[in-house]
Design a protein around this ligand. Structure first.
Ligand SMILES: [Zn+2]
Length: 129
């Protein structure tokens, strides 16, 4: 465990610790992801005599993918739709985990700042930005 147990530790702290550990475990088990959002739209293929010329059009799915600050469009065929929905769902969950983990850590850091200081193992800073 990273944090030294304190005898006066509040129950809130215990729940924040439990949440933090559960979130880290979920983060580490997170499957592959894609930062994108799926949209469905109706299109007309332009073929003369096609049903889409008069009807609602063909249902197409595309995915707006954000890369390096820009957007790319990925056309999604039916065979791959579920797979890509899964990748996008995984990215959304990652964003939620970041929020929830930040909240839990903020709680823990605030309460440990109020309580007598616990020794926290220091790691060398990584090369990450
Ligand atoms: Zn058509």
């Amino acid at each position: 465990m990273l944090y030294k147990q304190h005898p006066m530790k509040a129950p809130d702290d215990e729940s924040a610790l439990a949440r933090r550990d559960a979130l880290i475990a979920e983060l580490q088990a997170l499957p592959n992801l894609l930062r994108g959002s799926l949209t469905q739209l109706r299109v007309r293929c332009g073929a003369p005599g096609c049903v889409c010329a008069r009807g609602a059009g063909h249902l197409k799915t595309h995915c707006q993918v954000r890369v390096r600050g820009g957007y790319r469009t990925l056309y999604v065929n039916e065979e791959r739709r579920e797979e890509i929905e899964g990748l996008v769902a995984s990215y959304r969950r990652l964003k939620e985990i970041i929020e929830e983990l930040t909240e839990a850590n903020l709680e823990l850091l605030r309460s440990s700042a109020a309580a007598p200081r616990a020794k926290v193992a220091r790691r060398k800073p990584s090369n990450a930005k």
